[in-house]
Design a protein around this ligand. Sequence first.
Ligand code: ADP
Ligand code: MG
Length: 243
Amino acid sequence: MLKITKLNKSYGATQVLHDISLEVAQGQVVAIIGPSGSGKSTLLRCVNLLETPQSGQMTIGSQRLDVASMSRADANQLRQQTAMVFQHYNLFKNKTALENITESLIIGKKMPRQQANAIGLALLDKVGLSLKADSYPSRLSGGQQQRVAIARALAVSPRVMLLDEPTSALDPELVNEVLQVIRAIIDHQTTILLVTHEMAFARDIADRIIFMDEGVILEDGTPEQVFGAPQHARTARFLQTVH
Ligand code: ADP
Ligand code: MG
């Protein structure tokens, strides 16, 4: 479903991702863990082409592309297969919860407003926010805003859903409601890459754990393997600091 081959990304002289290769089956839930600065966000941003890697190939579904030389049209097509949820929600402040969700359907997919609203309301229901359809982000808690952001990401029916520390900006008492929503969207059809520091949650929901360190994938296995018997001292040390 998602295949990344020898992806390299630098900012100026600093290489942030080194020859990353990764293959994820459709519907698989992959939790990406690792210390701050190890390249987790950069990897997600490269997958949805918010960043342009210097080299590498990427395949989503049947679309295989050389990331450094692809056309803008190809990039857009690839981008449309993915949706991203950010740490800081990034909702449109001047749009209601419902409008945030329907925007990409009405503008991007040219869907009639009525049809888009029906989808939007169903998604709000899915994240437990039916009553907040007409609320602006400023009137919602952080947890509620993040749940709207998740509904917005789902609206485009992405093949690959990218979540970058979706609970890291939340007050502790709001974390669980968002984790519950993430748990509820796992449908074993949509491929999910989740960067998180919630180790217990990752262990519980992920099919696979990837540990990144200094721009490489150091460890890649089942939760039992990575948490229970890490292959590298670096992984063990990291796990000790977060438990
Ligand atoms: P993580 O998400 O694992 O904390 P990041 O992917 O955000 O790590 O960052 C990896 C490295 O790339 C860090 O050293 C960071 O300082 C650097 N970096 C990230 N984004 C940029 C950028 N836009 N410009 C320059 N350096 C960046
Ligand atoms: Mg990050």
